[in-house]
Write a protein that binds this ligand. Structure first.
Ligand code: ADP
Length: 475
């Protein structure tokens, strides 16, 4: 009996697991681990188990779900160093940034553990004497997510936290380039008492295949995606089939504006934080700089001086500010953008040098014009093109001249201008005298082709809940 049982189990496993996926350290090309991939049937099986598990999870009192999430948060914090090393090894970012991402990622679990207890409904003043009206909030059901490689932990916790808090079960497909962090945090969730079918991580034969299953399987009621606008659009179309709810966190083309009344040193500090985090590979990274004519030279000089001090290298080494970029194709794209700017008349403020492997020397480009081709592209690398402007009106038109609308930044000390510009910028987020806006307590998200929905904050929980209206009649 035992043998039969074992062999049939093996057959199932064989059918469900494909060749494992190898994970490579972008700093030196070494293979650092392998993770299992599932066949189509394996993924469908995971979805079916998720549906069963969701019922029990949703039936727990919010307080109990909250306690388990709190425990998960604590375990992530306790394992900060190990997680940071895994993260740097597969993603490349400097260890200090990786440690920061672990804490930032964990903060979403803590925040939504707290919010779990506060998903209030409403009582609505009734327009008729014989009726009473209330709303309750309920989990949407089985939720799934597809996440990118640039924040391998935080992009998962930002979705898993609210999903689990709401009472959904959750399946994530991490980026194929950075799956180790995902498996590591999901293991910690198990240790925190979160059932293995309530929170699952899966990889399939290809991202396209998983994307198609996630967006067409009838059990799944919600798909949350962070990645490119191109893929987000494909997934939304696929999700239209059975009207699945989606949240989309897509591309950006953040302007970073420095007005003539700004504190230039503060602006340089903000520019460094906003541009070079994760070697420029974030969707909220400043993508193009607009600096008032009268302070252009001073800003460009000071900015470049700060950039020349940045140390590029293996993120595990002490004192490194910029790790490698994620892949050969990423490096080629960034180099292509730099060459294109230079071809059109821009020039590097300091001489540049080509670095080996996946490393890129950070660069400030001067004399960039708004109508140059690269200004419309998401650079996703350590390249800072600086454009001149002379009037506020012209500036606002240029800043809004993009299909994207995620983050934007500006520096000014004129209160009238601050309000006018903040209101005129067509972006989901505006940093005012601030280069870093992300926080678990604030709603993160974009307008236009940067996406739909908000993550973090109180709004983040609503993405995973349905409002149900109860009408009591005949009273
Ligand atoms: P990036 O340029 O940041 O890699 P992508 O949108 O290509 O952005 O990738 C983000 C995530 O989307 C990754 O997990 C990737 O595997 C996944 N992905 C890529 N193409 C598809 C697709 N056609 N369907 C579903 N997921 C996809």
């Amino acid at each position: 009996m035992k043998t039969i049982h074992n062999s049939s189990l093996l057959a199932v496993l064989k059918e469900q697991h494909q060749q494992p996926l190898s994970v490579v350290n972008p700093a030196n090309g070494e293979t650092i681990g392998q993770v299992p991939k599932l066949s189509k049937n394996g993924i469908i099986d995971a979805i079916e188990r998720s549906q069963v598990a969701q019922k029990d999870w949703a039936a727990l009192p919010a307080k109990t779900r909250s306690e388990r999430l709190q425990r998960w948060y604590q375990l992530i914090i306790e394992n900060q160093e190990d997680l940071a090393r895994i993260l740097t090894s597969e993603q490349g970012k400097p260890l200090a940034e990786a440690r920061g991402e672990v804490v930032y990622g964990a903060s979403f679990i803590q925040w939504f553990a707290e919010e779990a207890k506060r998903s209030y409904g409403e009582s609505i003043p009734s327009p008729s004497a014989d009726k009473r009206m209330v709303t309750v909030k309920q989990p949407v059901g089985v939720a799934c997510a597809i996440t990118p490689w640039n924040f391998p932990i935080a992009m998962i916790t930002r979705k898993a936290g609210p999903a689990l808090a709401a009472g959904c079960s959750f399946i994530v497909k991490p980026a194929e380039l950075t799956p180790l962090s995902a498996f590591a945090i999901v293991e910690l969730a198990r240790q925190a008492g979160i059932d293995k079918d309530v929170l699952q991580v899966v990889l399939g034969e290809s991202p396209q295949e998983v994307g198609e299953i996630f967006s067409t399987h009838p059990i799944i009621r919600k798909l949350s995606f962070t990645g490119s606008t191109r893929v987000g659009s494909i997934l939304m179309k696929q999700c239209a089939g059975d009207i699945k709810r989606t949240s989309m966190e897509l591309g950006g083309n953040a302007p970073f504006i420095v007005f003539d009344d700004a504190d230039i040193d503060e602006a340089v500090k903000g520019a460094m934080a906003s541009k070079f985090r994760n070697a420029g590979q974030t969707c909220v990274c400043a993508n193009r700089f607009y600096v008032h004519d009268s302070i252009y030279e001073e800003f460009v000089t000071k900015f470049d001086q700060a950039v020349q001090k940045l140390k590029v290298g293996n993120g595990l080494e002490q004192g490194v500010h910029l790790g490698p970029v994620i892949s050969e194709s990423a490096k080629a794209n960034i180099q292509f953008s730099i060459d294109k700017f230079v071809e059109q008349g821009a020039s590097p403020v300091s001489p540049t040098q080509q670095l080996d492997g996946l490393f890129i020397q950070p660069i400030v480009l001067r004399d960039v014009k708004h109508d140059m081709e690269g200004v419309q592209n998401e650079l996703f690398g350590p390249v800072a093109p600086v454009i001149r402007f002379s009037s506020d009106e012209e500036l606002i038109d240029m800043a809004n001249d993009t299909i994207y609308g995620l983050a934007s930044y500006f520096y000014s000390h004129n209160i009238k201008r601050i309000w006018k510009v903040a209101e005129a910028l067509q972006y989901g987020m505006v940093g005012i005298n601030e280069g870093m806006v992300s926080s678990e307590v604030a709603p993160f998200g974009g307008v236009k082709q940067s996406g739909i929905g908000r993550e973090g904050a109180r709004q983040g929980l609503d993405e995973y809940m349905d409002v149900k209206y109860l009408c009591f009649g005949g009273l």
